[in-house]
Design a protein around this ligand. Structure first.
Ligand SMILES: Nc1ncnc2c1ncn2[C@@H]1O[C@H](COP(=O)(O)OP(=O)(O)OP(=O)(O)O)[C@@H](O)[C@H]1O
Ligand SMILES: [Mg+2]
Length: 313
């Protein structure tokens, strides 16, 4: 199916003279997982809030299921689920109370609600369901919030940084659930993330947003292929000497000082490894470790924006 469930054109939002979203065009198809990837402050949450009708655009248009986000907000709200970045759950309610309240808000009967709670049990820590939220860990809260967003079986789910701050195990559980929703129920998912790995793992298509504008879009594979470079990661004893030796080498696009290693972008990795090793040897540089890898979305982001994504927790 190629029906568009989200469509925006020149979407903008300013807060006074802060131009958070500067003209975003999106076309998300039914059944896809769309990853919206960008660093802190890029405008991800602001776009999500406009799409879920919590915030009015200051320019452009947006429709969800063909309904205008300003004119038809109630119709949109009934069909979407949202798990927001700053979800604030009432500390003095139990998990079950939150889920029942959510069921009631969407018109489910008590028995429908309880059936749904059973269906969502993989997300819920069953032994903690009657405890106050105040006693939950960050991961438990996130998963409860996700379960709450799914009570009414929405066709379209918005997840704003669903795994930021989660431990790897909770993150893996959320990923599994997102995939299952998509493949088993056909739920369309619009997911924002600062994690390149997450977009790479989950998304059918990725839009990269930086400073309020989309700077790249495509499947993760397309985006990686588009930069047309391999990366050689090298740990050396003398970084300055290594950079000087490699910058002039033919086949090397650019050399960057990463936090742990030198990152050398090259057109053809396999053909360039030996010249790199020889050049470093000639310059008297000792190599601690050398790995050749295909580009990641982080490399794509660097190529598109000149910066790497800095992830904060
Ligand atoms: N209510 C507001 N009032 C003023 N400025 C705001 C408001 N909401 C967002 N902004 C600003 O808009 C910009 C985009 O913020 P937004 O929250 O959309 O970014 P984000 O991509 O979600 O970042 P993060 O990854 O940190 O969640 C930032 O400069 C932010 O400070
Ligand atoms: Mg945000």
């Amino acid at each position: 199916m190629s029906e568009l469930v989200i469509e925006t054109s020149g979407l903008k939002r300013s807060f006074g003279d802060v131009h958070a979203v500067k003209g975003v065009d999106l076309a998300v198809k039914s059944g896809e997982i769309y990853g919206f990837l960008g660093p802190n402050g890029a405008g991800k949450s602001t776009v999500v809030k406009m799409l879920i009708t919590l915030l009015k655009p200051t320019g452009g248009t947006a429709t969800v299921f063909g309904y205008d986000v300003v004119e038809d907000a109630p119709k949109i709200r009934l069909r979407i689920g949202t798990a927001l970045q700053d979800a604030s759950l009432d500390e003095k309610q139990s998990g079950r109370e939150i889920l029942r309240l959510q069921g009631a808000l969407y018109g489910l009967t008590r028995s429908e609600t309880d059936t749904r709670i059973d269906e969502l049990s993989s997300l819920i820590d069953v032994e903690a369901i009657d405890r106050w939220i105040g006693t939950y860990s960050g991961g438990m809260r996130r998963r409860l919030d996700l379960a709450a967003s799914l009570m009414h079986s929405p066709d379209l789910l918005f997840l704003d940084e669903p795994t930021t701050g989660l431990d790897p195990q909770s993150r893996a559980q959320v990923w599994k659930e997102v995939r299952a929703l998509n493949t088993e129920l056909g739920t369309t998912i619009f997911l924002t993330t600062q994690y390149l790995e997450e977009a790479d793992e989950l998304a059918d298509r990725v839009g990269i947003i930086n400073d309020g504008l989309i700077v790249g879009e495509g499947t993760p594979e397309d985006l990686k292929r588009a930069i047309g470079a391999d990366v050689i990661q090298i740990i050396v004893d003398d970084t300055d000497a290594a950079v000087a030796a490699l910058e002039e080498l033919s086949g090397v696009d650019h050399v960057e000082r990463g936090p742990r290693a030198l990152l050398v972008s090259v057109k053809d990795g396999a053909a360039t490894v030996s010249p790199v090793v020889i050049a470093l040897d000639n310059a008297g540089v000792d190599i601690g470790e050398l790995t050749l890898r295909t580009p990641t979305l982080d490399d794509v982001f660097l190529e598109l924006t000149g910066d790497r994504i800095e992830v904060s927790q």
